[in-house]
Design a protein around this ligand. Structure first.
Ligand SMILES: NC(=O)c1ccc[n+]([C@@H]2O[C@H](COP(=O)([O-])OP(=O)(O)OC[C@H]3O[C@@H](n4cnc5c(N)ncnc54)[C@H](OP(=O)(O)O)[C@@H]3O)[C@@H](O)[C@H]2O)c1
Length: 312
């Protein structure tokens, strides 16, 4: 096994980004984290960056408004992993990555780029409804720029972050499991794939120096985490020792309700629609050589059942 790649994490203070920094350090990579001057006096981010430094990461100053600074940052490493925001209820900055691609073209040294994806494979979402399709359309614009530039890549399709989906028993707008009643999306029988966020980071870093991952889309489908809403509710009921009162919302009612929400919420509801009514995550086959729980069986992933126990 050769020397491990040096990794730059962009968006390192974010929800997923901070886990990528941790996993990169844990797996023994020389780890660099972009420090954007724009974060100013955001004391939480500064403290987090300092904690990365204390754990051995190197902080690199760089701004999306300063091309040269991005070029200098990417020149320091072999692999760039971007976890810039892409959830409208928080922030959506996916197209800023085009500037990172420009920097990598000029630097010319990057052996692999992981754009900020980590969700539903955007290549499977051509028929996504408005307004949620912007997430996938923008991610595809970034893919096109990467591939046109000839930058080697790995795309990670991580399916649902467990914190959003398992936490809320798949109910949009909820991230804590209910103890009295629950709203089923349709019949609650579509299979959904949920992944612990730390596991997403672990699998991603595992693939960095793996030739099997080069220029591929990889999928995280831990077998025990492919569960319908009804199955997740049953697990929760078992742990709290109580049955929840159930009601359901039909597809048409759900889509009508979506129209009453603000834009950011509509984007999120669109995603819930495709995941929970159409089963868009699990309704296609994935070969074993691109499924990360099969590529890296040594990773003891967190099951949805164990994830749920955190909320008891
Ligand atoms: N599958 C799912 O269920 C799911 C759920 C959530 C997210 N995701 C995906 O995961 C990825 C990361 O999302 P996240 O929720 O972890 O992101 P996040 O925490 O909202 O933001 C990540 C980072 O983006 C950077 N950022 C934000 N605004 C910026 C700006 N204006 N200019 C430059 N950088 C900016 C910041 O990094 P610094 O301040 O550190 O530079 C921030 O910490 C996205 O692609 C998203 O679509 C998937």
């Amino acid at each position: 096994m050769g020397v491990k790649s040096r990794i730059l994490i962009v968006g390192g203070t974010g929800y997923l980004g901070k886990r990528l920094v941790k996993a990169s350090l844990e797996q023994g990579h020389e780890t660099y984290v972009l420090h954007r001057p724009e974060i100013g006096v955001d004391i939480e981010k500064i403290q987090l960056l300092l904690s990365f430094k204390a754990q051995g990461a190197r902080l690199v100053s760089g701004s999306f408004d300063n091309h040269e600074s991005l070029v200098e940052a990417v020149k320091l490493v072999d692999v760039v992993i971007c976890a810039i925001s892409g959830v409208h209820i928080r922030s959506h900055q996916i197209l800023l990555q085009l500037k990172l691609v420009e920097a990598m073209i000029e630097a010319g040294n990057v052996k692999k780029f992981y754009p900020s994806e980590f969700g539903t494979d955007p290549a499977t979402m051509e028929n996504c409804i408005e307004p949620g399709r912007i997430t996938f359309d923008d991610k595809m614009v970034v893919r096109k720029a990467i591939e046109n530039a000839g930058i080697p890549y790995t795309y990670i399709s991580a399916n649902c972050f467990a914190g959003y989906f398992v936490g809320g028993l798949y109910q949009p707008g909820q991230i804590l499991p209910s103890r009295d009643s629950v709203l089923l999306l349709g019949d609650g029988n579509q299979k959904v794939i949920c992944v612990d966020e730390d596991d997403i980071a672990t699998y991603t870093i595992k693939s960095v120096d793996d030739p099997r991952a080069l220029n591929k889309s990889l999928y995280i489908r831990p077998p025990q985490n492919i569960l319908s809403q009804n199955e997740v509710i049953q697990l929760w009921e078992k742990h709290i020792g109580k049955k929840l009162k159930k009601s359901s919302i039909s597809k048409d009612e759900f889509l009508a309700m979506k129209k009453e929400q603000d834009y950011a919420e509509q984007v999120g509801l669109t995603h819930y629609y495709h995941v929970c009514y159409e089963g868009c995550l699990a309704n296609f086959e994935v070969a074993d050589d691109v499924e990360m729980s099969k590529l890296y069986p040594e990773v003891k992933y967190t099951t949805v059942e164990d994830y749920l126990k955190r909320y008891i």
